[in-house]
Write a protein that binds this ligand. Structure first.
Ligand SMILES: [Cu+2]
Length: 188
């Protein structure tokens, strides 16, 4: 008797699950999915860098902190970001193996010594790109454009605590060699 009960319960479970997965109108489920995507967008846009995890579209899941510890999005340097004099924010996009800012290709980014620098970056195509300045070990994670939720914004913050001209480039593939690079110029 028990066996029959369990069998019926299992059968019901299968029917219910099949119904859910086959339900193409999915009004409630779609709301949940939309909400999740909106939360993801909000997370990516407003969460400070180096918050510990990163959404990996390739696996459709969150990459744990340990994976990205070797790829810091925030670079701790002295003076600390809180004592930095000025904040400079640059918004760049990536496309066709180039960086763009206000229509300028691979722009020079000018800052003053000890400015706190925020780089906001997004790829405008499905090809992933990132922004990396080895002189400050400052890098964003990869951004790419997805047909469902558009260009994923990424960012990095650091303090420009050295004077000089420092290269920045995209670390993906041979994009740097193909010309996806520019200069960050730190002046006194
Ligand atoms: Cu690239």
């Amino acid at each position: 008797m028990k066996i029959i009960f369990i069998f019926i319960a299992l059968l019901l479970a299968v029917v219910v699950l099949a119904d859910v997965s086959l339900d193409s109108s999915c009004s409630d489920d779609c709301d949940d999915i939309d909400r999740a995507w909106n939360e993801l967008r909000t997370y990516l846009e407003i969460t400070p860098p180096n918050s510990g995890r990163f959404f990996n579209p390739a696996t459709n899941g969150w990459v744990p902190e340990s994976v990205y510890l070797s790829r810091p999005e925030t670079v701790a340097q002295s003076p600390s970001a809180s004592t930095a004099s000025t904040t400079k924010t640059f918004t760049l996009t990536g496309k066709d193996l180039k960086f763009f800012m206000d229509g300028v290709v691979n722009p020079d980014l000018h800052v003053k010594l000890n400015d706190r620098v925020t780089i906001k970056f997004s790829s405008q195509e499905s090809t992933p790109h990132n922004w990396y300045a080895p002189g400050f070990t400052a890098r964003t994670v990869n951004s790419f454009k997805d047909s469902t939720f558009g260009s994923i914004p990424v960012s990095v913050e650091f303090v420009a605590n050295k004077v000089g001209t420092f290269e920045y480039y995209c670390e993906v593939g041979d994009h740097k060699q193909m010309g996806m690079k520019g200069n960050l110029i730190v002046e006194t």
